[in-house]
Design a protein around this ligand. Structure first.
Ligand SMILES: [Zn+2]
Length: 298
């Protein structure tokens, strides 16, 4: 194994300043590498924490330790999908914190052993329940990611945020790959089965290898989403990304108002492109598409 250099930095979880070394993790466990010398959190969890601290901390915090002590964050309703991971350990100190396990034959909301059971395809929570829904390498194991995203959208408050991480190679695939599906209750494999180890140690089947089109899927269910790759500057081979999603306005505006506001011109080439960056134009086109779909289904 070629050795990779360590880097100096701040841990986004415990706040320690130190040297973060690649460590002994073999390449396929790269999401466990660069552990914090203080709290042992690998880079993967520090990336998730960095996104949460940035989104909710407004620039006033660097670490989860400091964020959870902020009265503005302490009252937030947080749902962590899963029972493992370093980010969870910090969020679990909040008063309104929920986490869940997934057991195939348990009902959503049912307590099995020590854990509440939830299925991302049919969550037992009511609408507008949480300020933050977060997960770490969970969505690739869900048979129908679009349905899961729409369930998360439902239980999030209008100003809530969904922050999740999934494996993401560099360079990214343009399109997601569905490795297998559930048809008539049976798993049907399109590609050779791939398993990741779950926090409980048992193998967990990968349904989706995500690509950049995950943003389109998120947009379809009503999220404005962006992919963050904070570890690219540290290690280009690091196969992880954090996706930050905010619900788009849920109220469907009155059609006449929509028609006036609908940026129809933005969808044509007649636009004065110099006044709009390509990114803004893409965002506007996406919003126009969402509005049109909402109108059609209204
Ligand atoms: Zn740490």
């Amino acid at each position: 194994m070629t050795s990779k250099p360590a880097y100096s930095g701040v841990c986004n979880l415990c706040g320690a300043v130190g040297e973060f070394a690649f460590g002994e993790a073999p390449a396929f466990l790269i999401a466990r590498a660069y552990a914090c010398p203080e709290c042992d959190a690998p880079l993967r969890f520090r990336n998730e924490a960095a996104a949460i601290v940035e989104v909710f901390g407004g620039g006033a915090h660097l670490s989860m330790r400091s964020l959870i002590a902020d009265p503005n964050f302490a009252g937030k309703a947080v749902y962590n999908v899963g029972i493992g991971g370093h980010t969870r350990k910090w969020l679990a100190r909040l008063e309104d914190y929920t986490q869940s396990n997934y057991v195939v034959d348990a009902e959503p909301g049912e307590i099995r052993g020590q854990h509440r059971n939830e299925d991302l395809l049919r969550l037992s929570f009511g609408a507008n329940r949480f300020d933050l829904v977060t997960s770490s390498h969970v969505l690739e194991h869900v048979p129908d990611p679009a349905k899961a995203f729409s369930e998360v959208h439902r239980v999030l408050r209008p100003d809530g945020v969904h922050i999740f991480s999934v494996p993401f190679p560099w360079p990214p695939r343009p399109k997601s790959v569905t490795r297998c599906a559930i048809i008539d209750g049976e798993v049907v494999h399109d590609l050779e089965p791939v398993y990741h180890e779950s926090p409980g140690g048992e193998p967990s089947l990968v349904f989706t290898d995500f690509g950049l089109d995950v943003l389109d899927v998120l947009s379809e269910v009503g999220f404005a989403a962006e992919i963050r790759r904070p570890s690219m500057a540290i290690d280009k081979a690091y196969r992880n990304s954090v996706i930050v999603c905010r619900p788009l306005a849920r109220t469907i505006p009155r059609p006449d108002r929509v028609l006036r506001r609908l940026p129809e011109d933005l969808t044509r080439r007649s636009i004065n492109a110099r006044r709009y960056s390509k990114r803004k134009l893409r965002g506007a086109r996406r919003r126009a598409g969402v509005l049109k779909r909402q109108l059609r289904s209204a």
